[in-house]
Design a protein around this ligand. Structure first.
Ligand SMILES: *[C@@H]1O[C@H](CO)[C@@H](O)[C@H](O)[C@H]1NC(C)=O
Length: 324
């Protein structure tokens, strides 16, 4: 038989068994060779995927953002009813600080976001931060600063003040009740600073959300979405998003594990003593931030008037510096 001299049978040599038809078009040995090739190709593809995936994991953290990316975006939500002059002063105050250190600023209106009916406008903080993340996707940090606060001492960067790992380690208050004086949920001890994604201070009543640093990224998306859950918005917490924040921090270990509490004067000094509180967080000249906390919620107070003297003092300090 001539076919015998070839390693593989020829088409003509196919047996005529009832099972032959498929075999005649796919001689068996060739079929095996093909599947072997298929295995090899699949193997190589899988290997490539694994290598690609692993290298993706290891480089995604160290990947350099595009040149010119600001390190921080400062977010202040503004009530459209502010007087144009006061609004302008607040913007100027943040822009002055941002321009010194190459940061970006973002000033959305509190009315820009679709909140549910009867939801306090202060809830707009959360979609505003989410919005800032989409506008500055490579910027590693968001700094939310309430419109009732002024940056009084612009000389140091946020890294020098808070974000530098050694600095943060020295400022972090561990094993501290989240809501003073006696909440059973306490900040973790021994969290490494590079694991921290959320930094804020505490006032005498609870978390002081008027000044918050959030590390942008997947965790921040999860955190902000959890905070903005319609359930919390409709719950009618007395302090709105502030109480919702205290709630999620205490109930979600994944959020608590990312949180660093720092002393109030590190990022959120208050200009007035709160009811029942001591004077530990009270603003003194030289502090980073002066927050006229509560001037907006309290109808007997007027933020613009209250802030005027320190706004002038800030301008004075800035102009003195310019002359030196
Ligand atoms: C925000 O409010 C200011 C002041 O009322 C207004 O001039 C501006 O157009 C508003 N911006 C947006 C995007 O609505």
């Amino acid at each position: 038989m001539p076919g015998m001299q070839f390693p593989y049978p020829r088409k003509t040599s196919s047996p005529t068994s009832p099972y032959a038809p498929t075999r005649s078009s796919y001689p068996r040995p060739r079929y095996n060779f093909r599947s072997l090739a298929l295995y090899i190709i699949t193997g190589i593809a899988l290997l490539w995927l694994v290598v690609h995936f692993l290298s993706g994991l290891s480089t995604s953290k160290t990947e350099r953002p595009p040149p010119g990316t600001p390190e921080v975006v400062i977010v202040t939500t503004l009530d459209p009813n502010l007087s144009p002059r006061h609004r302008q002063s607040l913007i100027e105050n943040r822009k002055d600080y941002a321009s010194r250190h190459g940061y970006a600023t973002f000033f959305p209106n509190t009315t820009d976001y679709d909140l549910m009916p009867n939801t306090p406008l202060s809830w707009s903080t959360i979609p505003a931060l989410r919005h800032a993340m989409t506008l500055y996707p490579h910027t590693p940090w968001l700094w939310y600063l309430t419109s009732t606060a002024l940056i009084m001492n612009p000389t140091h960067t946020l890294h020098e003040r808070l974000l530098d790992p050694e600095k943060l380690t020295s400022l972090m208050i561990s094993d501290q009740p989240i809501v003073p004086p006696d909440s059973v949920i306490k900040t973790f001890a021994n969290i490494l600073p590079h694991r921290i994604d959320f930094i804020l201070a505490q006032d005498s009543e609870g978390l002081a959300g008027g000044s918050m640093l959030i590390r942008s990224g997947e965790w921040a998306k999860f955190f902000l979405d959890a905070w903005f859950d319609p359930l919390y918005r409709s719950y009618n917490f007395q302090k709105a998003e502030g109480h919702a924040l205290e709630h999620i921090v205490q109930w979600h270990g994944t959020i608590l594990a990312k949180l660093a509490l720092v002393g109030q004067r590190a990022m959120n000094s208050y200009t007035r003593v709160q009811g029942g509180g001591g004077g530990a967080g009270i603003y003194q000249e030289g502090d980073f931030v002066a927050n006229f906390h509560g001037c907006q919620r309290d109808t007997a107070r007027n933020c613009e008037e209250e802030m005027r003297p320190l706004m002038s003092r800030w301008r004075e300090l800035r102009d003195q510096e310019g002359r030196r």
